[in-house]
Design a protein around this ligand. Structure first.
Ligand SMILES: [Zn+2]
Length: 114
């Protein structure tokens, strides 16, 4: 379950940021996860709840913003955005020759500390 290593990573970064800015508790962490990132949000929240115990983030909640998948079609040359996890063909023309440009990201957008 690679969500555990992601959760640990996020936790490390959040704690580091919190300490550096001189605070000692993390309220919430906002993440942006692309629909095509291959991360199950529920599993990530579950993993985070498990690893945050006895850390500065013990009371922290994870807020997830989902980023849609964006791509551009090689056939009709249009750009498209999809809320699907797996884009199998261009939503505009049905071609299966396209490029995915976004939607694989995992970013920490905001860390709220007190
Ligand atoms: Zn197309």
């Amino acid at each position: 379950m690679h969500e555990v290593s992601i959760a640990l990573n996020v936790l490390d970064i959040a704690i580091d940021n919190c300490r550096k800015s001189g605070y000692d508790r993390i309220e919430s962490i906002r993440l942006k996860i692309g629909r095509a990132a291959g991360i199950m949000p529920d599993a990530l929240v579950f993993a985070f709840d498990a690893v945050k115990t006895d850390t500065l983030a013990e009371k922290a909640t994870i807020i997830i913003d989902h980023a849609p998948v964006g791509g551009s079609c090689n056939t009709c040359k249009k750009n498209f955005v999809s809320e699907e996890t797996y884009v199998l063909c261009c939503p505009e023309c049905g071609s299966n020759s396209f490029r995915i440009n976004s939607g694989r990201e995992l970013e920490i957008i905001d860390i709220e500390v007190v």
